[in-house]
Design a binder for this molecule. Sequence first.
Ligand SMILES: *Cc1c(COP(=O)(O)O)cnc(C)c1O
Length: 412
Amino acid sequence: MAYLNENYLKLKAGYLFPEIARRVKAFTEANPEAAKRLIRCGIGDVTEALPEAVRAAMHKAVDEMGDRSSFRGYGPEQGYDFLRNAIANNDYKARGIQVDADEIFISDGSKCDTGNILDIFGCGNKIAITDPVYPVYVDTNVMAGNTGEADDAGAYAGLHYLKCTPENGFVPEIPSEPVDLVYLCYPNNPTGATATRAQLEAWVKYAKANGTIILYDAAYEAFIQDPEVPRSIFEIEGARDCAIEFRSFSKNGGFTGVRCAIVVIPKGLMGKKKDGTTMAVHPLWSRRHSTKFNGVSYIVQRGAEAIYSEEGKAQVAALIEHYMGNAKLLVEACKNAGLQVFGGVNAPYVWVGCPAGVTSWQMFDKMLNEANVVITPGSGFGSAGEGFFRISAFNSRANVEEVCKRIAALQA
Ligand SMILES: *Cc1c(COP(=O)(O)O)cnc(C)c1O
């Protein structure tokens, strides 16, 4: 009989979203009338339709595939040049950032990329993650055998947790000891916080001094409104020597159901071998990507390319404006209700402090029962998330306006 990867048995049974679903189901069964007015502000999925420019480009690509003379089979695993060039020119060169097209890998999602990246790193690395955190970073390290067991609070032995609190603006302090890999995500899911240039400079300085690689998740960069806030880790001098960046079309282009994302690995980024010598990271990821992946569909890559057309840019800007308008309303409603509010300014998530003495799950139940609104309890993202809840701005305007009214009507 085949041995199993017992690292999977260390995983805390997918707790957060299944538990939310269980509580919502119980509520719906007990209150069928109230359930009809339920509004979901929980899961971070987009709600608005794909931009017209994207759809037109995908329709055209489908027709090309239907004609023998323009049909395409397997494409380059790393992605078509038309898309890699569009990304290099628009996301980087146009902003004065050095990233070459051949440092860009096209994939079917940042969730997979942030998990798969561990394939090219050896065992025994010291790994740091923020708390609260996007759970994928943690669970994929557990699966890869980079941790011990979880304690009662859900913290895994062997991981270095970096607390993110209102006091540090949800950007962790620089660790007092060296780590090999650190996951940073700004604008942040779940806190909606952004990192300033000075904060990212301090992280890059630390990484360069300690041989740390920063795994920078920029999935929400398109939501940044403040021109002073960096949109890429590569805006920071020296980051090309110490960072990998992940980007996705999921949240800006509404591609959560289409699937297309980006990994950027600078050619000069180095890792070390057991014998102490160094070598570049890029060829390993290139090999991994072309061995285990056969490329994103041509149709989808043409759709992603259209995001960089004039129409595409305008349509994406309108989507962002819609969601950030929602976020503004939610921030105001929570502030007016006397709640402590973070995020929602450069990110589509509003991170709200529970009233004194109320836990995240108690607040979840209160919002479900009294307001018939589903939110995400902060403690589901890590123990430092206790005492907070997340409201997603991914919704229709009508739903958000209704949620705001219900927040105003909540009993203290
Ligand atoms: C939504 C999200 C992504 C994007 O994931 P995809 O697999 O590209 O859809 C990446 N990181 C974070 C933190 C996210 O919330």
